[in-house]
Design a protein around this ligand. Structure first.
Ligand code: 1CP
Length: 355
């Protein structure tokens, strides 16, 4: 059984909109190429082997926690990893490359159903290893790609600037598109449920490219499928985080989703995000990843602005608005983490120790 970490974790308390002694922080893509120790390991071992070898995946997951006072760990893996378990021939260069992009209903129907214990046992084993190694007050976030983001890579075959091929496919083959999204939604709910059973204490859906859609298409294709994934996870009892990049025009639609936390990019101030989402959602974000390249003073001003915009109400998890860049300086991350903790602890007069 999952340990009852909710009492001791500031991150999990914030997910549930409970009062916290300081604002918790973690960094999207916190394990990865901006860390010299990650690059050192990558010089010897390719990315896929890292993700498929539990001891190595656990080691990389823990790397940022050894450097920074982060409030959560996120499993080292990739959103595309489970798709290999569904029979997709995939490589990384470094972004995902699908050898035979899915462009017909027959190809979509031919995907294997994902059975996590059979198809991705190494992910579940990595989770067990990390859980055994991290302190109880630092929870582990499991994750999956949002159905529409996975759809983008599967239909395009490789990253495209605005995933034009996938967006055209939505309009040229709406029924096949809906079927693929439905299959991905079901696979990702099975995948995330298995991660929770293995010990993940929060579950995050990364919908990195859904912000490319106009609101009606977002609702019909991306949100509908994400809702199917998230609703199926309600019974796991762990907080669900729905991250949508470039969601400025989509916030009202996102507000209705079955998740405890909404992750947002940096383009919309958090006071506006809070107003548009309503009081029932916690928010995660949303410093511009570029701000890590500012002077120390300016970085602090930017972080202070994000904290001020999030306001005093409970339910804010500090993060970047999107993944950290490989060129970022780890020292800037250290400064940011410490600053967010200090500043938010001072600003929280009603701060109580977690019971
Ligand atoms: O060469 C290498 O080392 C591989 C680069 C790399 C890494 C480090 C890829 C290929 N994936 C990852 C790890 C990864 N990917 C993590 C774990 C690290 C952490 O968060 O601590 C996570 C959560 C992801 C998720 C991911 N992969 C997303 C969603 C988040 C986001 O940033 O939007 C997306 C869109 C991907 C696709 C992907 N995989 C890899 C790359 C370079 C990309 C982006 C390709 C593109 O630009 O479209």
């Amino acid at each position: 059984m999952t340990a009852p970490a909710a009492e001791t974790s500031v991150f999990l308390a914030a997910c549930r909109r409970r009062p916290v002694p300081y604002t918790p922080i973690w960094i999207m893509r916190q394990a990865g190429r901006y860390l010299p120790e990650y690059r050192q390991l990558r010089a010897k071992v390719d990315f896929e082997t890292l993700t498929r070898t539990p001891e190595l995946a656990a080691e990389v997951t823990l790397q940022p926690l050894k450097r920074f006072a982060l409030d959560a760990a996120i499993l080292f893996s990739d959103i595309m990893t489970p798709l290999q378990g569904m029979g997709v021939d995939l490589s990384f260069a470094p972004g995902p490359v699908v050898r035979e992009p899915l462009r017909t209903l027959a190809a979509i129907e031919a995907l294997r159903e994902l059975e996590p214990e059979r198809d991705v046992p190494f992910v579940l084993e990595s989770i067990r290893l990390v859980r055994a190694a991290v302190p109880r007050d630092v929870p582990l976030i499991g994750f999956a790609g949002g159905p529409f983001t996975l759809f983008c890579y599967l239909v395009c075959g490789r990253p495209e600037k605005e995933f034009e091929t996938a967006r055209a496919f939505l309009y040229s083959q709406p029924q096949a598109s809906l079927r693929l999204l439905e299959r991905l939604a079901d696979a990702m709910s099975a995948y995330l449920a298995a991660q929770a059973s293995a010990g993940a204490q929060a579950l995050m859906l990364f919908e990195s490219w859904a912000g490319l859609l106009a609101p009606p298409a977002f609702e019909r294709f991306a949100l509908h499928a994400a809702q199917r994934t998230l609703a199926a996870l309600r019974g796991t009892g762990v907080p669900r985080i729905y991250y949508v990049n470039q969601a400025g025009a989509l916030m009202e639609a996102v507000a209705g989703v079955d998740a405890e936390v909404i992750g947002v990019d940096w383009r919309v101030p958090l006071d506006q995000v809070r107003r548009r989402l309503g009081p029932d959602k916690a928010v995660q974000g949303n410093l511009d990843p570029a701000a890590l390249f500012a002077s120390a003073d300016e970085l602090e001003r930017q972080a202070a602005r994000v904290l001020a915009e999030a306001g005093p109400a409970p339910g804010h998890i500090f993060n970047l608005g999107h993944g950290i860049w490989p060129q970022a300086d780890p020292q800037a991350v250290a400064r940011l983490v410490d600053y967010v903790h200090d500043r938010s602890a001072r600003a929280a007069p009603a701060a109580k120790a977690l019971s």
